[in-house]
Design a protein around this ligand. Structure first.
Ligand code: GSH
Length: 242
């Protein structure tokens, strides 16, 4: 039974899954879903995932959404190296703790900064007020420090000597603002060093390959947006800027 992954590599959770599968030699058929073209709103995609979001995994009749569930499924099903999710229950709990924190602690902020600095000006043709951008950037710096103090501490990686799922997930999240040329590591050398270690363990070629779409998003042309997609994006923009 073949493994299918439906991903858009502009999305951090999708990049984590893509990198994880490649690093662990898990063979999969890759189905790109272009969020910026609204392909997740197609009838065909809705048939696969009524939540209309990526990532999605399909293996025969088994369909799985939610990146954390997908990553854990892959570690169990494909018996990947134990470093990713070690058998020790306390180490597992530390990874779970990060996974539970990530959505509010990093994901929403990293997503917001890409939108306010790059995508909203591109789509709307006008800048977001500087105060709004400064507030988001300050919150990012606070949460990067929290990540450092609470999750990383003085270890090489979150569980100690080896990379684990939480390191990979955090590293790709923190790349998101780079799409808008905002470097979240600029004021935090310790987190910067950790990030370099993660990239090194992943392998620079694979890491760059997974981030190519994000890092070239500046050249995306929003004038080709379909009206229905544009409408969905405008609703999302309202929730980000309110
Ligand atoms: N909690 C979900 C989040 C999934 C999600 O929100 N994916 C985003 C990309 S990062 C998406 O597909 N957004 C499309 C939309 O909401 O319109 C996960 O971790 O898989």
């Amino acid at each position: 039974m073949s493994l299918e992954l439906y991903l858009d590599l502009i999305s951090p959770p999708c990049r984590a899954i893509y990198i994880f599968a490649k690093m662990n030699n898990i063979h999969f058929n890759y189905f790109p879903v272009d969020l910026l073209k609204g392909q997740h709103h197609s009838k065909e995609f809705e048939g696969l995932n009524i939540l209309k979001n990526v990532p999605v995994l399909r293996e025969g009749t088994f369909i799985l959404t939610e990146s954390v569930a997908i990553l854990l499924y892959l570690t169990r099903k494909y018996s990947t190296s134990i470093c990713w999710y070690p058998p020790d229950v306390q180490l597992q709990a530390s990874i779970d703790e990060y996974m539970a924190w990530e959505y509010e602690g990093l994901h929403m902020l990293m997503k917001k900064v890409l939108w306010v600095k790059l995508l909203i000006p591109k789509i709307m043709g006008q800048e977001v007020p500087k105060q709004k951008i400064d507030d988001i950037e300050n919150q990012i710096q606070t949460n990067i420090q929290l990540f450092s103090d609470h999750f990383l501490k003085d270890k090489l990686f979150i569980t100690g000597e080896n990379i684990c799922l939480a390191d990979l997930m955090a590293a790709v999240e923190m790349m998101q603002p780079m799409g808008a040329e905002y470097n979240v590591f600029k004021d935090n050398p310790k987190v910067n060093e950790w990030h370099k270690r993660v990239e090194e363990r992943v392998g620079s070629t694979l890491f760059q390959e997974a981030h190519e779409r994000l890092l070239t998003i500046n050249s995306w042309d929003p004038s080709i947006l379909e009206p229905s997609v544009r409408e969905n994006i405008l609703i999302m923009i309202q929730s980000i800027t309110k």
